[in-house]
Design a binder for this molecule. Structure first.
Ligand code: ZN
Length: 66
């Protein structure tokens, strides 16, 4: 299915776990099973591209009702 339409948080507000794809992008819960990719947050710091793929668990991904 397509990713849920929900605004992604700003790259600078992510925790380490979130930017590493280990935690839900919206509620910060650590992901175990059922995580889905919800998009890529585009970012750039000087010459460094910081594009980060982010994930959500069943807790927040509307495509996977609990
Ligand atoms: Zn969540």
């Amino acid at each position: 299915m397509t990713a849920p339409v929900r605004p992604l948080p700003d790259l600078g507000t992510l925790t380490w776990d979130q930017s590493a794809g280990r935690a839900c992008i919206w509620c910060k819960k650590l992901l175990t099973t059922g995580a889905v990719s919800v998009g890529i947050i585009r970012g750039q710091l000087g010459a460094h591209v910081l594009d980060t793929e982010v994930w959500a668990g069943p807790c927040c991904a509307v495509a996977q009702p609990q």
